[in-house]
Design a protein around this ligand. Sequence first.
Ligand SMILES: Nc1ncnc2c1ncn2[C@@H]1O[C@H](COP(=O)(O)OP(=O)(O)OP(=O)(O)O)[C@@H](O)[C@H]1O
Ligand SMILES: [Mg+2]
Length: 404
Amino acid sequence: MALDETSHTDSNSEPELEMDPNLILDIRELKTNFYTYEGVVKALDGVTVQLRRGDTLALVGETGCGKSVTAKSIMRLVDSPGRVEAGEILFMDEEKDGTRVVKDLLKISEDEMRKIRGNHISIVFQDPATYPNPVFRIGDQIAEVIRLHQDLSLDILEEKIAAMEDALKLAEGRTADQISSRLAELRGQLSNPPKPTDAEIKKAAKRKAVEMLNMVRMPSAAEIANQYPHELSGGMRQRALIAMSLSCNPKILIADEATTALDVTVQAQVLKLLNDLKAVLDASIIIITHDLGVVAETCTQVAVMYAGVVVEYTNTRELFSDPIHPYTSGLLRAIPKLTEKVAKLTQIMGTVPNLINPPTGCRFHPRCEFATEQCSNERPPREEMKPGHWVECWHPQGSLAGRK
Ligand SMILES: Nc1ncnc2c1ncn2[C@@H]1O[C@H](COP(=O)(O)OP(=O)(O)OP(=O)(O)O)[C@@H](O)[C@H]1O
Ligand SMILES: [Mg+2]
């Protein structure tokens, strides 16, 4: 494995990476604090979770459990008074020749981080009202991202060829000969397209922007491209944002409750859209939501967060069929059932703790029906209790009930 000077050189991590070539993001023991007047908010207390190529990972948990702070920490966008205090965020980058390079996003320079944000990891934020930029047309904003991140020379050349081929169909005699020879000349350039002019790039980027809007199933994409963000509904603005985030061909897309402001149906549609697009775009996705119902349909992996800790992490089918952490079972019981006439929401007793003085030991213990003295004194270790099924709990439930 090739390593550059910014690479992670911890000898412990490498054998593991060699074993799993599909790992793309490896977050280890991430700690993020906020230094407020009231005290230090220990927002993330050792978050450990992985993302593999092709995965759609859900981060779920009640409000305030640290989902957005995790996303912001990955992007290195935690702002004052917040600070990432410890941990590693290993991103498996690829050189042009295909060699893998491991970069700790917490260690690389700001310059390099900016490049990763623009090219490899994209985020769609929770509040679409403040973004996209209100003063520019939707299509122009997407076109700008495309212009900055994509080499359009081949597209432009291919378009010229297509136009020539059309002209040839209509032409006769000498004109046809002239067109044919020009066409042969253009085809000869396909392996090494010439540098297009600025005007050609601008035009091609605009056309691609409309393609992107079509791809996110925006109705009348060409018209929408000419509109300003405030002219769009919340759901459409969300689609425009997704189109924009995908325009740089990211390897990882993070959607931070992109949809809470929208109604549930729109939310489900957007998540389904993301999932459909994943195959086309070859991107891995992190979806942040508190709706486990949505997770079941769209995600391959789930990390359940509670009070700044990933308490359970496994694949979706396993999580739903054999939830081990009592908090996960509580969340699953709280999903309203369509079959019930009156939605019966079983709430988890109690509320999310204040993270300035979080509970000692297991942070969930004050709300847990299985809690013992050990739970309030000692934090449980993170353990692979079943293959690929990681849990932090002294009293695992589900198929492991009574084990300890
Ligand atoms: N700027 C800030 N200053 C102080 N505390 C903060 C700040 N941002 C987040 N926090 C705290 O960090 C913790 C995690 O917040 P976070 O926004 O990640 O929650 P969340 O899981 O995304 O919740 P939601 O579902 O409501 O979006 C919370 O206790 C929150 O109060
Ligand atoms: Mg949030």
